[in-house]
Design a protein around this ligand. Structure first.
Ligand SMILES: O=C(O)CCC(=O)C(=O)O
Ligand SMILES: [Fe+2]
Length: 341
């Protein structure tokens, strides 16, 4: 049925949430394989539904703007979120991912670049269960790293194509390590990626897959391509791939050097996820131009950011600065390595 398990595959590191952070076994699994899935860490109704409700308002505004601009023939307000998003993207011929994202693009930022840094998103970044788990991995001085995204991946067969490449404007994510997509000043920063679905993620709709990290593995060469940065498959153990279907409420914690990808969405519904990152306070984030915040500090609790309006303000200020200046370099890879040929 799904990706075939192979004899080399290690057992999947996955277990249920316990109050107060990760268990010693869960921590050991993260250290051994570079990832751990914690089921039931989020409460779908209390933690996830408010985010979905907030984004319904964002989609409302996008639909209205596109309708006013004559790019769609209806605002489709009576459709459920997934169908509405897919319809709006399809009819306008564009995947408007930046409209929903809580980060900025790596080039071409203007004063009008859309983004969504709303209060429900901020609450997710400060979720106590997530921060407890992060504390188990990196200690209690926790910085919310600004490398963070919402990903709403529409059904591939309904996704507008890129005019030059003919590829879906948003589809599978190619193999990469998260260290590979930040600048090299953050190579020693203990960044932990947190990935969770807002709608059940399945192999069919494009969930994540990881290759458990081997201790000796460092940063692999990433090659630029039409799909983004990717690691050539002969550089690592792709035969050890573990698909990670995850229901709402489950949360994946991943080491910055763990190779991972996501599948195409071959279903009829949007695959919707958040990916967040945290690192110890004071270490380089790998995107120095973007604003993070202190999510937890047991040493200096007064430095924690609890105000969603201030978080939003920092992003808008960053947008204004980037719109007026030369864009910084976000990547180290030029594709000149022989393995990219
Ligand atoms: O959700 C995806 O498709 C890719 C996510 C990813 O690479 C990440 O969260 O680091
Ligand atoms: Fe990633």
């Amino acid at each position: 049925m799904l990706a075939t398990p192979t004899t080399t595959q290690r057992p999947i590191a996955r277990s249920h949430a316990k109050p107060g952070g990760l268990t010693p076994e869960q921590i050991a699994q993260f250290r051994a394989g570079g990832y751990v899935v914690i089921d039931g860490l989020l409460d779908p109704e209390n933690d996830i539904d408010p985010i979905i409700a907030e984004y319904a308002g964002v989609l409302d505004r996008l639909a209205q703007e596109l309708f006013d601009a004559g790019q769609i023939s209806s605002t489709y307000d009576d459709l459920p979120f997934s169908e509405r998003l897919t319809k709006v993207y399809g009819e306008s011929g564009k995947v408007h991912s930046q409209y929903f994202d809580f980060s900025l693009p790596q080039a071409g930022v203007t004063h009008e670049t859309p983004l969504w840094t709303g209060p429900a998103v901020f609450s997710a970044l400060r979720h106590p269960g997530i921060l407890d788990a992060i504390q188990s991995l990196i200690g209690p001085e926790i910085y919310a790293n600004p490398v963070q995204h919402v990903r709403m991946k529409p059904p591939e067969h309904l996704t507008p194509k890129d005019a030059t490449t003919g590829l879906p404007q948003l589809g599978a994510s190619p193999w990469h390590q998260d260290s590979g997509v930040v600048t090299e000043d953050a190579d020693e920063t203990e960044i932990v990626t947190v990935w969770f679905p807002l709608t059940d993620a399945t192999v069919e709709n494009g969930c994540l897959a990881v290759v458990p990290r081997h201790d000796e593995d460092g940063l692999l060469t990433h090659c630029p391509s039409g799909l983004g940065l990717h690691i050539p498959e002969d550089l690592f153990h792709t035969e050890e791939e573990i698909p990670l279907p995850m229901p709402r409420g489950s949360v994946l914690f991943m080491h910055r050097l763990t190779p991972h990808r996501s599948f195409s969405n071959t279903s009829d519904h949007v695959r919707w996820s958040f990916d967040l990152r945290y690192n110890p306070i004071g270490q380089p984030t790998g995107r120095a131009a973007f604003p993070g915040f202190i999510a937890r500090s047991r040493r200096l609790p007064a430095t924690e950011l609890h105000d969603p309006a201030e978080w939003n303000r920092r992003w808008l200020e960053t947008r204004a600065i980037l719109a007026e200046s030369e864009n910084p370099r976000f990547n180290r890879w030029d594709g000149d390595s022989p393995v990219c040929a």
